[in-house]
Structures are given as structure tokens and as C-alpha cells.
Design a protein around this ligand. Structure first.
Ligand SMILES: [Zn+2]
Length: 124
């Protein structure tokens, strides 16, 4: 971390959980992806249904941010597939925290620096 103004975001892991329920869509228990900053990172050939992803996406930025211990966003970790007949859930786990500089992330012309993704290794 530097003295530059910035903020922390959690890295997230989103994992398919069935717990014996029957899926309707293509959901495979244990498949997962990471959320690092604005990026979805698939480590293997894991996949996610675009319909399920549509349900997940609005919640991920909130889950990345610091929330009160009593906020449901802090305690509730599973999001259901939007198909009402599907048994799949997606467990969102907060992993490490990552610091982002304001100048690395803003689009404001008078405050913008080198984008964070232009670093040699954007995963660090
Ligand atoms: Zn489903």
C-alpha cells in the first residue's frame, strides 16, 4: 500500500453448491470463479450459466465492499439460481482484501493516473 488515496475491496470466490438438490440448468457442484476488482477470473474450464450470472452480478459489487457485521450482506452468502425450479445456489465467499488506488480506477480526467490493469501483473 502507498500513501495514495484508495480503497479496499474483497476478492470473492463464487462456487456452485447443490447440496443434493437437483439443478435444471447446467450447474456443476464445486465449479467456481473468482471476482478480483471488476474482473471475473475462471481458473480452470469452469463455467457458469448466463442466467445465473445475471442474478449474481448485481450483488457482487456490494459483497466486495466493507459492510457492517450486522448487515445481511455480511452474513448471507448464498444466492439462488433465478429459475424457480432449479436447486442450485452460488456461495459467495470473501477471500483476501485488495487495495485499489483512486487514480488507478477513476475515469475522471483530472484525477486519472495509470489504470490498475496496466500494471505488469493485474492479479496482484
Ligand atoms: Zn439453475
Amino acid at each position: 500500500m502507498t500513501s495514495e488515496k484508495g480503497f479496499w475491496l474483497y476478492d470473492l470466490r463464487v462456487e456452485t453448491v447443490l447440496d443434493g438438490r437437483t439443478p435444471v440448468c447446467r450447474h456443476v457442484e464445486g465449479e467456481s470463479f473468482a471476482v478480483i476488482g471488476e474482473t471475473l477470473v475462471f481458473d480452470r474450464m469452469d463455467r457458469v450459466s448466463m442466467y445465473a450470472l445475471a442474478a449474481l452480478l448485481p450483488l457482487l459489487p456490494a459483497k466486495q465492499r466493507m459492510t457492517d457485521d450486522n448487515d445481511w450482506m455480511s452474513t448471507d452468502a448464498e444466492i439462488a439460481c433465478p429459475d424457480p425450479h432449479c436447486g442450485a445456489r452460488f456461495r459467495v465467499t470473501r477471500e483476501g482484501k485488495r487495495w485499489f488506488g483512486h487514480a488507478e480506477t477513476t475515469g475522471l480526467p483530472d484525477q486519472r493516473g495509470t489504470p490498475y490493469w496496466d500494471k505488469k501483473d493485474p492479479r496482484t
